[in-house]
Design a protein. Structure first.
Length: 417
């Protein structure tokens, strides 16, 4: 075996002459960032060239570290466990931090690694460390930026800006490059973005952790449960047409289409009225948060003549649709264009709610109208014509339109009798 530093034949990775803290620092960094094309240490290149697994050159680090006593190698073990994603990392670092002064650069480096390990993953444990950082002056810039990011993510925006003032004033950095100072404007900007729209993680577990802090601060946040995956169009069962023409019991319904620049329209409201023996016996209506972008939500608020908040805070489609289908039960679903645009809207909504099919049958009032009398066919086969023919006003909202559907069914089924 050759010494990795000087190439002398010996029985360890570093010969007796090369076992100094300075050489350890050099060798550790060379191994940590090892790439054959950039490495300038010929003995390390020679050693690594005999290895095949990715990062296998790092396997010798524990043997190298064990050539030194704990007062020297503890710091490198912290970095080593981090780079190997070893689960001893956290415990080892916590012990290190207990035993070392925060003003020491190595302690700060280790703490920085710990905060990186927690970042966007644990929202409780970094609190203590962020408080420690913000209560000290003269620490490295990177630590203040990490603490500010943490504070921003739990809704402590003023604390985030306060600790960033310290970053701004800081003259120390963990690394000699200018990366740390370059991050300062971005972190201030991030906090101001989070003030307007709070940070929101992508998993339910993390959302729950963040929501705890937001609850304390009175910050509102979106739903915690993640939406089910949407069903692809080709996996969604075709809708069922109803071929009965005399319905005693049914649900008349309406979906309000949200404006969209794409062809795939979402809906912002859904309603149904339950009809038994020709009489409306129950009603259902709910707003839905349109799922395809803010333009659709703004347009929906305008069309519904409500504040944008009402639409923004409405439940997602996968929460509303189960309630809708519970309300209509096994009823036949009746509307103008029930087999046309309304079916499209409801099917798409169902797919976005993760449903694979709609079991209910659909009954189209425009088909009934055409079959009832030729005066309702062709150019007159529209909802507008039927409304004006029977002297009905269009409903003001989806519920109103669902009621109109029930009235149209009544009129058409009685027509010409
Ligand atoms: Zn040597």
């Amino acid at each position: 075996m050759k010494c990795l530093n000087c190439g002398k034949e010996c029985t360890t990775y570093l010969c007796a002459d090369c076992q100094s803290p300075e050489i350890l620092e050099k060798i550790f960094n060379e191994i940590r960032s090892y790439k054959p094309e950039t490495c300038e240490n010929p003995y390390l290149i020679e050693y690594a060239s005999g290895l095949t697994d990715k990062y296998a050159e790092r396997d010798c680090l524990p043997d190298i570290l064990n050539l030194f006593d704990k007062s020297i190698n503890a710091y490198y073990y912290c970095l080593y466990y981090k780079m190997r994603r070893d689960n001893q990392f956290e415990d080892f670092v916590l012990t290190y931090l207990e035993e070392h002064d925060i003003h020491d650069l190595k302690t700060q480096r280790v703490l920085y690694e710990l905060l990186g390990f927690y970042s966007r993953n644990d929202f409780i444990k970094p609190k203590k460390w962020s408080e420690l950082i913000s209560s000290h002056s003269g620490l490295c810039c990177e630590l203040y930026v990490s603490a500010a990011e943490y504070y921003g993510m739990i809704g402590e925006y003023d604390l985030a800006d306060e600790v960033m003032q310290k970053a701004d004033a800081s003259i120390r950095v963990i690394w000699s490059d200018e990366g740390a100072q370059a991050k300062i404007p971005g972190q201030f900007e991030q906090t101001s973005k989070w003030r307007k729209k709070p940070y929101w993680p992508s998993t339910e577990e993390r959302r729950r952790a963040v929501a705890m802090f937001y609850d304390e601060k009175g910050i509102t946040y979106p739903r915690i449960a993640t939406r089910p995956a949407k069903t692809p169009e080709n996996e969604f069962a075709p809708i069922n047409e109803c071929f009965d023409d005399e319905l005693d019991d049914y649900s008349a319904f309406w979906c309000a289409e949200a404006f969209s620049v794409s062809a795939a329209k979402s809906i912002y409201q859904i309603a149904a009225v339950k009809v038994k023996d020709g009489k409306i016996v129950d009603e259902f209506q709910s707003y839905i948060r349109p799922w395809d972008g803010s333009i659709g939500r703004k347009a929906a608020a305008k069309e519904a003549n409500v504040a944008l908040d009402v639409i923004e805070c409405a439940d997602d489609i996968d929460i509303v649709l189960p309630k809708f289908f519970e309300f209509v039960g096994e009823d036949i679903l009746v509307s103008t264009a029930a087999l046309g645009n309304q079916a499209k809207l409801l099917s798409r909504a169902a797919r976005y709610a993760g449903m694979k099919e709609i079991k209910n049958e659909f009954f189209d009032l425009l088909d009934l109208a055409a079959d009832t009398d030729s005066k309702f066919d062709l150019a007159n086969n529209t909802r507008e014509y039927l409304l004006s023919f029977f002297g009905f006003d269009e409903g003001a909202d989806s519920l109103g339109k669902a009621r109109v559907n029930a009235m149209l069914y009544q009129k058409l089924s009685e027509y010409g009798e």
